[in-house]
Design a protein around this ligand. Structure first.
Ligand SMILES: Nc1ncnc2c1ncn2[C@@H]1O[C@H](COP(=O)(O)OP(=O)(O)OP(=O)(O)O)[C@@H](O)[C@H]1O
Ligand SMILES: [Mg+2]
Length: 430
């Protein structure tokens, strides 16, 4: 049971209809959100009148457990806890027939490929150079992914792509197919008619796309309450159309109804890791708010950088280090093995039972021990990526650690057949 600090208490006692808590990693945003829900229940808000929208299913499960501890299973079961997409799907289930779902990346991409190839046939478009077909299709997939979540992205593309995008939308409708965005967009239309909860809580608000923000706005309407928490520096979904405009959008839309709270102290980070994070943050230059972390976790902390001459050596070290920790009595759940891209992780590491996941999927989570694999150029930062966003991904990665952080890289050798060197990102950390 944590004792909330003065800043957290102030946020919990907010009196405005729309509240945003804007704060860095590990400062207790999610904790504060949970305590505000508990407070609402104490003030006799009915649990079914509360909805908590979380970033992914893992956090949904964690929240369910936490609420059960705090308000008892009977009331916790009545609180609506969903991902945005999960709740949108529930709203839809009562209203429309979903003929086909495009929720798996490969299925979605295949649909786009087919649609693009039909479009080219119908419009007699020939690729200028067949060798470029691969680049062309990745551009098309990229464009569709972005525009689905943020319609205004379409303005960056030429007429041909614009008309393809219209054709793509028609094809979705015609075939009764739903991608993530369509589920949310169509559900948005049905919200006013459904009996929506009045107290709306949103975790990881910085990664809310335009499509998802419209959904939240519809839920909030003119009378309901919104309590959102986020950290612009942890916004890592720009590739899917999320722009650094979340707070300004709240300000623009809710004006004087909005109040903003800050949290200063990171309970997850030790002062040493807060210093390393602050150095990294100073290289992220495209955010509007400022972020300086003050670590107040006083555990002993170790920061390790490991260089290897082969992936085999990296895997051996990783497996033996994890096994050593487990032998010492550390629960594997408290060990996170994180990576930018899943092609760097070896099955042997997965078999250790540590929590192995991409950094994107680890957002909001924390581990006593974190091993971050593959700090190499082309791997992390990944190839052809937005470098500012990659820095934010690195910030998310290192700020998962409570007691131990190791960063591994292969140097002057091959990873998956590609020659790699230590990442240029290492200079931000050491
Ligand atoms: N007032 C407090 N006293 C002690 N520990 C706290 C306090 N507030 C939060 N914590 C602890 O700090 C850790 C981080 O909290 P939490 O996950 O809520 O932060 P967050 O801001 O949501 O992080 P992230 O940015 O990664 O989502 C948790 O272990 C939590 O229990
Ligand atoms: Mg959180």
């Amino acid at each position: 049971m944590v004792k909330l600090n003065a800043e957290q208490l102030k946020a919990i006692q907010t009196q405005t209809r729309i509240t945003y808590v804007d704060a860095g990693a590990g400062t207790g945003k999610t904790t504060t959100l949970i305590e505000r829900v508990v407070k609402c229940i104490e003030l006799e808000v009915e649990p079914w009148n509360i909805i908590v929208l979380a970033f992914n299913n893992k956090i949904v499960e964690e929240l369910k457990k936490k609420f059960t501890e705090k308000v008892g299973i009977k009331r916790a079961e009545k609180i609506n806890i969903y991902t945005i997409h999960g709740y949108a799907r529930k709203v839809l289930a009562n209203n429309v027939v979903i003929k086909k779902e495009l929720l798996n990346e490969a299925v979605f991409e295949k649909f786009i490929r087919n649609s693009w190839s039909n479009f080219k046939k119908v419009n007699k478009i020939k690729s200028k150079n067949p060798k470029n077909a691969k680049d062309e299709i990745s551009l098309v997939i990229n464009m569709v992914s972005k525009c689905r979540e943020n319609n205004s992205c379409i303005k960056n593309y030429d007429e041909r792509y614009k008309s393809f995008y219209d054709a793509f939308k028609n094809e979705l409708k015609r075939s009764g197919a739903y991608d993530f965005a369509r589920i949310v967009k169509v559900a948005t239309k049905y919200i006013p008619q459904s009996n929506a909860p009045q107290y709306i809580f949103v975790d990881e608000f910085q990664d809310t796309s335009e499509t998802r923000f419209n959904f939240i706005k519809a839920l909030v309407g003119n009378n309901n309450y919104l309590f959102a928490v986020g950290d612009e520096y942890q916004q890592i979904l720009e590739w899917s159309g999320v722009k650094n405009v979340n707070v300004s959008r709240l300000k623009r839309h809710y004006k004087q109804e909005l109040s903003i709270y800050k949290l200063t102290y990171s309970y997850r980070l030790t002062p040493q890791l807060a210093d390393i994070s602050n150095r990294l943050l100073s290289f992220i230059s495209d955010r509007k708010t400022t972020r300086k972390l003050r670590g107040c976790n006083n555990s002993k902390f170790t920061f390790d950088t490991k260089k290897f001459k082969s992936q085999k050596n990296e895997t051996e070290w990783c497996v033996s280090y994890i096994n050593e920790l487990i032998k010492k009595g550390v629960n594997p759940k408290n060990i996170g093995v994180l990576y930018r891209n899943s092609n760097v992780i070896d099955q042997e590491v997965i078999n250790t039972k540590a929590h192995c996941s991409t950094i994107h999927k680890a957002k909001g989570l924390e581990f006593d021990y974190v091993i971050l694999l593959g700090l190499e150029d082309g791997v992390f930062p990944s190839k052809n990526s937005n470098i500012e966003e990659e820095r934010r991904v690195l910030y998310v990665a290192i700020t998962r650690a409570k007691r131990y952080l190791a960063i591994t890289s292969l140097n002057d050798c091959y990873r998956n057949g590609i020659y790699v060197k230590g990442s240029s990102f290492l200079k931000y950390l050491i």
